[in-house]
Ligand binder design. Sequence first.
Ligand code: SF4
Length: 318
Amino acid sequence: MDKQKLRLGVSSCLLGAEVRYDGGHKLDRYLRDVIGIYADFVPVCPEVEVGLPTPRETLRLVKDEQGRTRLVFAKSGEDITERMESWARQRVEQLAGEDLDGYVFTSKSPSSGMERVRVYDRNGVPHKDGVGVFARIFMERFPLLPVEEEGRLNDPRLRENFIASIFTLQRFRRALEEDGGYGSLVDFHTRHKLLLLSHSQQHYREMGSLVARGRELSFADFLERYKNLLMKTLKLKTTLKKQINVLHHVLGYFKKDLSADEKQEVLEVIENYRQELVPLIVPITLLNHYVRKYDQAYLKQQVYLNPHPKELKLLNHV
Ligand code: SF4
């Protein structure tokens, strides 16, 4: 594994492995060819790894008489819930050792779907309120890890949030690997302040006060609390309103620098963003210009202004 890269768990079929029930795959080119440049993947196919052949009879989720959700073969009705659950519990423990930054599931799958999977009631009527068996056990084991489905990644905001989150966890992991002391965590926190603020003002404050009294705690305790809060914060999605708040916050750092004209221009660009006339990359680019022009040391190191590789163009669509 390359320490510089993201570590991403992913459904094998999304990478093009021919492991689906019909012997096909569900290749997601964005995932494999674009995110893949920055990631080492850890592929998982629950149905194959649990020992089922390919091709195979289709599986589905059904409600049994006690109202429990079961994983059964659609035609034969054979119930493999226990088999899948016991395999999944072992597999997630192995995955705990992989130190993943996130996971991408396959939508609609009774094994790998993370939400809105069809569950058939006793009359054979499907209800889109299920979770794939492996995905459920994975999310119970790693409740704060960023997770998405390939379909949801087509939504620019969900995609940007997910990718910003996994890159943040990667930087956190690297900060711990490279030095791992209190100082490197404080440095990590300082560089991520505005990014954290764009997810949640309340969590941003909580993290700030945790860091301020960090030395009163044992390092292990501090680290655990910090990581927990970090992941909770990243789980809260950014919104237009939160972004505008941060953009104004950034503008505040230039009080003494910007001319009246320059300030007016930034305010107009933020307003255009608020009206969704321009994407986030526009105010961010202008602010980055002033960061360079006025050599704003604090803002220069803020990840918020450069959250992920420019080539991904993620800020061009939110
Ligand atoms: S959705 Fe999950 S179980 Fe189905 S083929 Fe893909 S990885 Fe395997």
